[in-house]
Ligand binder design. Structure first.
Ligand SMILES: Nc1ncnc2c1ncn2[C@@H]1O[C@H](COP(=O)(O)OP(=O)(O)O)[C@@H](O)[C@H]1O
Ligand SMILES: [Mg+2]
Length: 233
């Protein structure tokens, strides 16, 4: 039996938009275990990104309990949430979000410099280099993002997300800007890294072929999260 990484119960998110109240997440329950890969599919606007933000402590739920890696994150203030995120979380975005003026190595190293400012730089550089090697980009370490293809940029994003050995990797449509073949390769790499290290993954995707690679599939619809009965292979 794998260790629980995420336990979310009765999560609701209410926001207002232009004065109008919105009920974005509706009584969401979710458990993720170490090493388990869970895909979430569902239409645009159904609340997938909102759920990811709430689980990552980037947005506060209106009600509900969320425990991540043994910590009740709904009880943390902003400073403690920031520390919690650095210690436990990796995030992969659709648009890569690399810093354009920094090399691939510097982008990955920055995560560790922020997480552990006292650590000697040669150790940080070595760890960042290892993370780039893990995604097959050791020979591109001195390139700026603009000199890398989309697939390579997302592999740098993956190295950055995994370099701190997070317990939980949140991936929000990470292949949305990649062609199908390149996207599939990034996903393979992500699954391999996560399974080797026992990282729990929550993967939001529009692509049924990618969702089918996960251990289980859930569907978000109108703020409700439910089991997805079948996925096209
Ligand atoms: N900060 C916000 N303020 C108001 N409404 C928001 C905010 N963020 C998201 N929404 C709304 O919440 C709903 C769910 O959005 P989102 O979680 O981004 O869906 P998805 O990722 O499934 O496309 C949408 O109707 C969106 O317009
Ligand atoms: Mg979204």
């Amino acid at each position: 039996m794998s260790a629980s990484v995420v336990a979310a119960k009765g999560v609701n998110l209410h926001l207002t938009s232009g004065g109008a109240p919105l009920h974005i997440l509706k009584d969401v329950d979710l458990s993720l275990s170490a090493g388990e890969v869970t895909a979430i599919v569902g239409p645009s606007g159904s609340g997938k990104t909102s759920l990811l933000m709430v689980l990552g402590g980037l947005e506060r739920p209106t009600t509900g309990a969320i425990t991540v890696a043994g910590t009740d994150i709904t009880g943390l203030n902003e400073d403690k949430l920031a520390i919690f995120r650095r210690a436990n979380l990796g995030i992969l975005f659709q648009n890569f979000h690399l810093i354009p003026s920094m090399t691939a190595l510097e982008n990955v190293a920055l995560t560790l410099e922020i997480a552990d400012p006292g650590r000697p730089f040669h150790q940080i550089r070595d760890a960042a280099m290892t993370a780039l090697t893990d995604v097959g980009l050791a020979d591109r370490h001195s390139h700026l993002p603009s000199a890398l293809s989309g697939g390579e940029q997302q592999r740098v994003g993956l190295a950055r997300a995994m370099v701190g050995n997070p317990k939980l990797l949140l991936a929000d449509e990470p292949t949305g800007n990649l062609d199908q073949e390149t996207g599939a390769r990034v996903i393979e790499l992500m699954l391999e890294l996560a399974r080797t290290r026992g990282t729990a993954i929550l993967l939001i995707t529009h692509d049924p072929n990618i969702a089918a690679r996960a251990d289980r599939q859930l569907r978000m619809s109108g703020g409700h999260l439910s089991a997805q009965m079948s996925v096209a292979a």
